[in-house]
Design a protein around this ligand. Sequence first.
Ligand SMILES: [Zn+2]
Length: 796
Amino acid sequence: MSHKFILLLMVFSVQGLAIQTPVLTQAPDTKAPWIVRAYYKHKDQVQNLSSLADLWTINQQQHYAVLLIDNAQTFDKVKSLGLSIRIDNKLQQQYFRDLQKITSSNNKGSNVISGFSCYSTVEGSFIRMQDMVLSHPDLAEIVDIGDSWEKTINNLNGYDLKVLKITNQQIVEDKPKVFITSAIHAREYTTAELTTRFAEMLLAQYTVNADVKWMLDHQELHLLIQTNPDGRKKAETGILWRKNTNQAYCAPTSNNRGADLNRNYSYFWEAGNNQCSEVYPGPMAQSEPEIGAVITYLKQIYVDNRGDSLVEVVADDVPGVFLDIHSFSQLILWPWGLTSNPAPNVGQLAAFGRRVAFYNSYTPEPVSDLTIAKGGSIDTSYGELGVASLAFELGTAFFQDCATFESTILPTNLQALMYVNRVARKPYELPLGPDIENLQIVPNFILANQATTVTGIANDDRYNHSHGAQSFASVQNIDLFIDDLPWLGLNATSVNAADGTFDSSAETFTTNVDTTSLSVGQHTLYVVATDTDNKKGGVYAQFLHVVEGNTVGTISGRVTDAITGQVIDQSMLTFNNSSNRSDASGQYSLLAPVATDDLHVSANGYVNKIVPNLTVTQQQDLNQNIQLEPFCSIVEDDVENGNGMWTSTSNWAISTEKSSSPTHAWSDSPNANYGNNTNTSITSNDISIVGADSLQISFNHWCETESGFDFGHVEINFDNSLWQEILSCSGASSWKHEALTVAIPNNAKQLKLRFRLSSDGSLTDDGWYVDDVLLKVTGQPCRGVFDDMIFTNGFD
Ligand SMILES: [Zn+2]
């Protein structure tokens, strides 16, 4: 072995996962399964491939699909389609790591999946459903809609198919229905957890969140959390199980047995000949008991509003939504899947999907943009019944790590699900109208006849335009309703735009509420906006509490800057759901429900403050002056005035190719792609942080690299110790703002910041652009010790 070769090996092992694997000419001799990328030249190859196996994800920019191959025959079939096959190293290693994590501990009898404690087992999710019914008997009930395949064979095995139905049972009226099915594909861990958390969130917030209250009072939510419990039990042992466990197909004990339930729906169902395939559709439509049960239930809860031809259009005012929650690939999908022709309601379905995708930043597109697939859920709910239907593809893995689920997938998709419910009364219409951002009533606790103010922004362009632009119009009207349900259209009060004219797609509004006729108690204020195409948007609501002075106390005082002593205007103070702002003299006064609770204070440019355990008593004023710790900037660089504080390695340079403000940004490879096996960076000078208590780093960037193989790394180094990565990025082709809070080690005196691009041995891309770097701290540096700070150039 030559020295050169040894050196090469060392480089490979250091870079580990980032190395592109070779194109395979035959099935690997390593143990199956193999998780591979199949690179295609033409879209028809993807179509042929998708009839062989489930495509986990399709990268349309880089022309490859990811799939699992579990034997040499399938490998040869894939190869015969003319695709270049490489092992996806990252997913392959993750697969074996996950398998070890799960099988190394015993899952039996546990309510959570071992190694993935954020996900309930089937038994665990049934217990949580039961807990919800026990704690909210007037809002939640369980409906048994049928049996899983194993239970139909032997009543002692398998599971009931349980729908958690959530609505205020005291209000009996014809309510729009939202049906959500999750975990139809057994291995998709995040999906059942998202729907369970959504249900738990709604029930917990029913009394305190005005939107949740009107949704549960006047709509019904039907959640089939475990759609494929038999298969899910297999997947809980670490097998990448997708189908149900029907022993009639493939071979009774094979791990490839069963039918793909999401190919077994009835609308334009199509036969398949390979029973061992991941996408085997079953011998006939609805052959599987799980799908038979779902379709029977759908026909009970929805009126059929559509004839069954491919071209019939559904009327604009048809209520109700069907959602099928899958993973993974970060997509929002609408019909059709069965043909590349657009669905008859494509304009409305696309607007719905793009609005939902605004909330989770997923790519919105029709299923058929990926591949044609027949017998799917959303084609059937839309095609046979006319229900507005979407599928979600959550996250980036089947066995998604809990940290990513909790920090990203859950919060963004809870918002997306809230939006779906917001427009469920007219899902073909309301997504075309303006959304409302940041609706507030302050103060929200008032005495009779006391003034209060409503603020917010009506925005017609809250769409995700990343896959086809959605048209939008100007806001024309904003209507306010107090206690009158807005869809009845009675007693609306028009609100003017804050700038006096409705002439823009986003209009800020601020108005006093007429409180003269409001009785003591809780009231609901609703806002609905209309655009110049006469399209109304979804309903947004807040509670307003009118209280009697002798039943509450007050908290009052002054809010000031902890360093300068200057008063702070418009800080927000909240105690026990009661909120008010400080005025121009820093003074505030809050009507406070009698309780012991924390006072939360926030203001722009200051660290949030919590004053713990204040006890408010009836008719007493609690005086509480507040000092807020300011953030101050120690670096502001908009990259408009030269290298300044940065040392660069080639080919980093300041470029006008792309910028987020005004015309310049750093680029790793101006006017060119980066190279293979590159490792280049810009590094800041030493930045003093003596006496700083907390640190915020923000910047704008565009990180267009080979997804999963080439990376931008943001790294920090305190007092010339080791570099630590604080963020990495890959495969994103738009500007993104990042704001990171970074812990400062004890007594650290200085730091360096580095932006470093690394690439593997094949496939390159445009690269990384970095702009608007801002470092802010609190503490000593804000107290006037400005000597050794770096002000490159301001862009405030
Ligand atoms: Zn799926």
